[in-house]
Write a protein that binds this ligand. Structure first.
Ligand SMILES: CC(C)(COP(=O)(O)OP(=O)(O)OC[C@H]1O[C@@H](n2cnc3c(N)ncnc32)[C@H](O)[C@@H]1OP(=O)(O)O)[C@@H](O)C(=O)NCCC(=O)NCCS
Length: 191
């Protein structure tokens, strides 16, 4: 059976149903995952948080994309995930529809590179490939075989090297801060 409903924009009313769906799909330990660290304090890209619903179950699938910046050069990329489909609606094309619509919209918005941490056999079906080991690091443990990418513009991966973080964290790291080595500042009154 193939699913014919289309993905639509998530609304604020979907929040609780999405959390429940993610618990069903990934279990409660999902928040310990490194990809969760990339979403913490981050804001999903507007227009790329999509859901599918049906009359019987309500919410049956959800996907979102998050801004990340790779390396001190802050090469922009999107983090795909989480993607989850209700257990009673899996293998019906819901995941495929959400990924296809999400990537189409991301490309239309000018995004060039999408990364994810996920199951290679599944994502390879959508032309995601493994990031060469050591090219991109994440702020926590991960299996490098599960770090995958797709280019929405040819050559985009070559520009992404180093640690992937939410953009605001790079901005915070590069902002000048008072340190004990420079304290007190030279201009501070002495005595
Ligand atoms: C993984 C998941 C998102 C797939 O969504 P779905 O709606 O069931 O997938 P679709 O029906 O759109 O399947 C698309 C294709 O992927 C295949 N597929 C589905 N689940 C798969 C899996 N776990 N591994 C490999 N291939 C898979 C389907 O057979 C289908 O192949 P086809 O195009 O040749 O027919 C969904 O099953 C899910 O939420 N699972 C729980 C969470 C999970 O296991 N996530 C793992 C990925 S991080």
């Amino acid at each position: 059976m193939t699913f014919t409903l289309s993905p639509v924009d998530q609304t604020e009313h979907d929040h609780d149903a999405i959390e429940h769906l993610l618990d069903l799909a990934f279990g409660l330990s999902r928040i310990a995952k490194t990809s969760y660290q990339l979403r913490l304090g981050n804001t999903a890209i507007e227009g790329l948080s999509l859901v599918m619903r049906d009359k019987a179950l309500g919410l049956i699938g959800a996907i979102s994309f998050w801004p990340i910046a790779v390396g001190p050069e802050m090469t922009p990329a999107l983090l795909l995930g989480p993607l989850a489909v209700h257990p009673e609606r899996q293998n019906m094309g819901v995941g495929r529809a959400l990924i296809a619509e999400g990537l189409t919209r991301a490309k239309a918005k000018g995004h060039k590179l999408v990364l994810l941490v996920g199951d290679p056999p599944f994502y390879a079906r959508f032309d995601f490939r493994q990031v060469p080991e050591g090219q991109i690091d994440l702020p926590g443990p991960f299996d490098p075989r599960r770090l995958m990418f797709i280019e929405l513009e040819a050559g985009a991966l070559a520009k992404a090297h180093g640690l992937a973080l939410p953009p605001w964290r790079w901005t915070e790291l590069s902002a000048p801060r008072a340190t004990t080595s420079g304290w007190p500042p030279a201009t501070a009154p002495q005595g």
